[in-house]
Design a protein around this ligand. Structure first.
Ligand code: CUA
Length: 304
């Protein structure tokens, strides 16, 4: 089992083990009894025929009532655990989770956002408000034992409280297209002090040059999923040496890659689609701040 890093992880695990144990015990019991009966009641001589007993009320009631009780235990236990995740604690911090082809975007209460990296303070009740911008995705943090579909035009909710510091996986568990397997992220559970420090740096990049900040954003905003910086082919054009070059678009016109073109490509990616590529890039409108766009442009310019 992955580590238990949220308030309801232990409960989910207990239910999981209960179902597993009951299944194993019943499987063994039924198998052993079946094999034993096959042996004990085999045809022992020519004159022996099948027993004339047609049914046994007491036995039939017993094997109906026991499984019914087990099913109800599992149902109410599971239902209670589900409600635990749906009922939001009053002082919960709301984080908007958005699935897009193919990354996760997180919006924090004070306007900061991150991509594929979710940072949360330990011990703080959280409300994940989950939706999708395109197709069905499913937001899954195994260490939190929390999973919820991300549905376009609809919000779904998970209430949880991280109880352990560390870095844990985030997966998409709904097949959502070509790069579904790359739709992965990390959740970092940190102390409140560290969280506040991270918020500050996420906003401004800290004390680094625009190009260095851009290099960080290249990874943290998931540009790296589709664009290489070493010239190799990927879902989107490589960034290496792209600045200042002339590109042929799918509609036949030619565009020079300058600051305005790069900015437009981030905010309105379908305005100009480079010939030979699919129009699959999501818009970064609302995700990238002006300062971050500037930094990314500076980074792209630095890739000679
Ligand atoms: Cu998103 Cu699979």
């Amino acid at each position: 089992m992955p580590v238990e890093a949220s308030n309801h992880a232990a409960d989910i695990d207990a239910l999981f083990f209960f179902i597993t144990d009951v299944s194993v015990i019943l499987f063994l019991l039924i198998t052993v009894v079946s094999v034993a009966f096959l042996w004990l009641y085999r045809r022992k001589g020519k004159a022996l025929f099948t027993s004339p007993i047609s049914h046994n009320n007491r036995l039939e009631i017993t094997w109906t009532i026991i499984p019914t009780i087990l099913v109800f235990v599992v149902f109410f236990w599971g239902f209670r655990s589900y409600l635990d995740m749906q009922v939001i604690e009053t002082d919960a911090m709301e984080i908007k989770v958005t699935g897009k082809k193919w990354f996760w975007a997180f919006d924090y209460p004070n306007g900061v956002n991150s991509v594929n990296e979710l940072v949360v303070p330990e011990g703080k009740p959280l409300k994940f408000l989950i939706s999708s911008e395109d197709v069905l995705h499913s937001f899954y943090i195994p260490a939190f034992r929390a999973k919820m579909d991300a549905v376009p035009n609809r919000y779904s909710v998970i209430g949880t409280r991280p109880t352990k510091q560390g870095t844990f996986d985030i997966f998409c568990t709904e097949y959502c297209g070509k790069s579904h397997s790359e739709m992965i992220g990390k959740v970092r559970v940190v102390s409140t002090t560290e969280y506040n420090k991270w918020l500050e740096e996420a906003e401004s990049g800290g004390n680094v040059s625009p190009a260095e900040f851009g290099a960080k954003l290249y990874v943290s905003k998931a540009c790296a999923t589709c664009h290489s910086v070493d010239g190799s082919a990927n879902t989107g054009p490589t960034w290496k040496g792209i600045y200042g070059t002339k590109h042929k678009m799918a509609d036949g016109k030619e565009v020079i890659v300058d600051e305005n073109y790069l900015r437009q490509s981030m905010l309105e990616p379908n305005a100009n689609v480079v010939a030979g590529y699919q129009p699959v890039m999501p818009t970064y409108q609302g995700i990238l701040k002006d300062k971050q766009i500037d930094a990314l442009i500076a980074y792209i310019k630095s890739l000679k």
